[in-house]
Design a binder for this molecule. Structure first.
Ligand code: TXA
Ligand code: MG
Length: 306
């Protein structure tokens, strides 16, 4: 059931979390399937509900750096990055603190923990009133397209307490960095590598690209995929196929008629979902420039087409 964010519904959502049950949580990136990060039974439910392999760790969501530091060990770089990009679409992976109360299952048994402070007001309200970190992967079945509206969550997961926070402003999952002695970008997002390097004043490694760098378990999997076959860099439309366009062109869905990459990111997943619902033979996507958030868009598209 989709609930508007009235006080009594927020209260109900928090009670649901306290009971070890799950909710659909709006954030500025994508909707999350949220549960108490410290409760192994809630975490087990998250993995089961998404059909997610249990080696793929979850992000724990917090409302302050102080709160994050209870669960992870923040070195100077991690502190700099959190101060620059929190609250926002930015996830920091650091070693787990000695008495970290987040369930081992949420971290998939790793020595590290992923932490994010979302900017969405409803997410912040729910986490702060709940008082503990909230584990929340994207609220889609594993491998499928992340939801950017409460209706999308309902379509993916069916019956669930979903708090409606409107359409996600960013529309792509957070940038993920691993911060140890070196900093490695594990997932592209709206915070760019240039922005990160500017804050740190040092080079950032990129998983996938720099051979020896660590990789995020989740990025090894086929991901973000519609049911129809996806073809990238297509300029025109075939008869019984769908074309998702960018910029001025003849197409079925246009990510941004004005070639605005932020608008394209916001629309991408919902248009892929809409196109897929028409059960076409194929979904074609126009070329998207590989600059700014376009890098994250192309990264997702390449995995979806894989
Ligand atoms: O924007 C987002 O990050 C959304 C919203 C709901 O916050 N969440 C999200 O979660 O995208 P998920 O589970 O779909 O993606 C988390 C990614 C996965 O690729 C996972 O493998 C990686 O983060 N990850 C989590 N903990 C990790 C760790 N300790 N080491 C390496 N990678 C980790
Ligand atoms: Mg996901």
């Amino acid at each position: 059931m989709i609930l508007d964010p009235r006080p009594e519904n927020i209260y109900y959502a928090i009670e649901t979390l306290k009971n070890g049950e799950l909710i659909g949580l709006p954030t500025e990136t994508v909707y999350g399937l949220a549960g108490d990060a410290t409760n192994p039974s809630a975490i087990t439910k998250i993995f089961a509900r998404k059909n997610r392999p249990n080696f793929n760790p979850l992000i724990s969501h917090v409302t302050s750096l102080e709160m994050a530091m209870e669960y992870g060990v923040f070195n100077e770089n991690a502190i700099k990055l959190s101060k620059a990009f929190w609250p926002g679409p930015f996830t920091i992976i650091v070693p787990r603190s000695e008495n970290c109360e987040v369930s081992d299952l949420a971290c998939a048994g790793l020595e590290t923990i992923a932490l994010r402070m979302p900017k969405h007001e409803i997410a912040q309200e729910i986490i702060s009133k709940f008082g503990k970190p909230i584990a929340a992967p994207s609220a889609n079945l594993s491998g499928s397209i992340s939801p950017t509206s409460s209706e999308d969550v309902f379509q993916e997961l069916g019956d669930l307490t979903i708090i409606n926070g409107g359409k996600c402003e960013i529309g792509l999952e957070s940038t993920v960095v691993l911060v140890l002695n070196e900093v490695t970008l594990l997932r592209h997002g709206s915070v760019s590598i240039e922005q990160i390097e500017t804050i740190l004043g040092e080079k950032v490694w990129v998983a996938d690209k720099d051979d020896e760098s660590p990789k995020s378990p989740g990025m090894l999997l086929r991901h973000y995929s519609p049911k129809a076959k996806l073809y990238l860099n297509q300029a025109s439309k075939q008869n019984d196929e769908i074309l998702i366009g960018f910029g001025e062109m003849d197409c079925d869905f246009n990510l941004s008629t004005t070639s605005n990459l932020n608008e394209a990111a916001t629309n991408l997943y919902s248009f892929m979902r809409k196109a897929d619902a028409l059960t076409p033979n194929a979904i074609n996507i126009a070329p998207i420039p590989c600059t700014g958030i376009g890098i994250a868009i192309n990264d997702r598209l390449m995995r979806a087409a894989n």
